[in-house]
Design a protein around this ligand. Structure first.
Ligand code: CTP
Length: 406
């Protein structure tokens, strides 16, 4: 499933304390099916040994332009020729400056300079002290490196090895891995805005109780991640769930259906895609109590009246941009039986071009699912697979619809 499987990556380490994260990164890349060739600068060897990197990558590490192991003695040429990308992590302030100026006084910078620029992308993960990162010289270098076509990853924020706090930490290994997966994914939704709702809603009865449902939010989070991997600008409106925000996705947390409607109306793009995966509570208590409802000793349960919640999907589907085709609305249907019949009827009732059916009780909280895509032409099954695989297939289907090539 990983877009990285079968790739060959040259992993360069320049000198920085973040080199310890590169060991994790190397391991994660190998686990994702990547062959990793490590190249280290002399400075990097002060922070991490070549022995460690060789053990993790399963290949001898190159540290010198004078390494005689290559038949033609040209490691700086040979190493990049079969590579799908060069990833420099950590990329120190000094190394960025060297790249900018085309410096080539040691193997790693020499190899970067000598790479076939159209075939071998160069991706760098900066790592430095916050003052070094903020320094106009570094910021200027980063801007120019980007203009030169080098992919500069974000930096992390937080406590630094020097004891200071701020921007400049190298991203964590799993964050770099996620960015690399996105980098190698087909950018089918590049330039598109995608809004996704996910999870359950929670409808308060009083300050300590409420009604909700068993939705875990996993399918919606997987859809948001897949859309981001495909290059979209993604916003995720999430009910109460305990899931990590997919990298690169903007998240708005809400509690009730009415909160979710408000957040959706504030975020919905006038052109793009709206995917409603949330299991929105159909009803809410008519009069939520301000204070905890106490037992009165009579043995009588309190009477709870309910009112219907707004239908978020139907509301958006009736907006002018959805009606004139600028906004593609995709609904989900969690059913317990007769999936095709219910999904077909629900698609018409909600007024959406595409409705995705699934069996709710079988999938809530699970990591896998099976989907039924229902549109005006009929139905197509996406057979049982992980939610992430299904989300990627759904995003591919949506991209084809946007391109007019279903
Ligand atoms: N939905 C919504 N707002 C609601 C209810 C549902 O946006 N108040 C959206 C869901 O996110 C989903 C679709 O509508 O995309 C269908 O949700 P579902 O709960 O399956 O349908 P219901 O409208 O509740 O219909 P029914 O009660 O007949 O199952």
């Amino acid at each position: 499933m990983s877009t990285l499987a079968g790739k060959h990556i040259v992993l360069g380490l320049s000198g920085g304390i973040a080199a310890y994260k590169s060991a994790e990164l190397c391991r994660a890349l190998v686990k994702a099916g990547v062959t990793v060739q490590v190249v280290m600068t002399e400075a990097a060897e002060h922070f991490m040994t070549a022995v460690t990197m060789q053990a993790l990558s399963g290949r001898p590490v190159y540290t010198s332009q004078w390494d005689a192991r290559e038949g033609n003695n040209m490691a700086h040429i040979n190493l990049s020729r079969e590579a799908d990308a060069i990833v420099v992590a950590p990329a120190s302030a000094d190394f960025l400056s060297k790249l900018l100026h085309g410096g080539a006084d040691e193997l790693l910078s020499l190899m970067c300079l000598a790479r076939p620029i159209d075939k071998v992308p160069l991706i760098v993960a900066p790592a430095m002290n916050r003052e070094m990162w903020q320094n106009p010289a570094t910021q200027r270098n980063v801007a120019q490196l980007k203009a030169d076509g080098i992919h500069v990853l974000d930096v992390g924020q937080g406590d630094q090895a020097c004891g200071e706090t701020g921007d400049g930490r190298m991203l964590e290994a799993e964050e770099i891995l996620e960015d690399l997966q996105a980098f190698f994914s087909p950018q089918r939704l590049a330039g598109q805005k995608v809004l996704v709702t996910a999870g359950p809603t929670y409808e308060a009865i009083d300050p300590v109780r409420g009604i909700t449902n068993l939705s875990s939010g996993k399918m919606g989070f997987a859809v948001a991640r897949a859309a981001r991997m495909a290059g979209a600008d993604v916003t995720l409106v999430a009910g109460p769930v305990s899931l990590a925000t997919p990298r690169g996705v903007k998240r708005v947390d809400v509690r009730s259906a009415r909160d979710m409607l408000q957040a959706v109306l504030a975020q919905v793009p006038s052109r793009g895609v709206f995917v409603a995966t949330a299991a929105v509570a159909d009803w809410r208590p008519a009069n939520a109590a301000d204070q905890k409802i106490k037992k009165d000793g009579s043995g009588q349960a309190p009477e709870l009246g309910f009112v219907e919640n707004p239908d978020i999907l139907a509301t958006v589907a009736q907006s002018p941009s959805a009606q004139n085709g600028d906004l593609l609305c995709v609904g989900f249907a969690a059913e317990s039986h007769d999936l095709l019949a219910h999904a077909t009827a629900k698609r018409l009732r909600k007024g959406v071009p595409l409705l995705v059916g699934n069996i709710g009780p079988a999938t809530f909280g699970q990591d896998d699912n099976a989907l039924l895509l229902v549109d005006a032409q009929g139905a197509r099954e996406l057979p049982h697979a992980s939610k992430q695989v299904l989300a990627t297939q759904l995003i591919e289907d949506i991209a084809r619809r946007l391109a007019g090539t279903p």
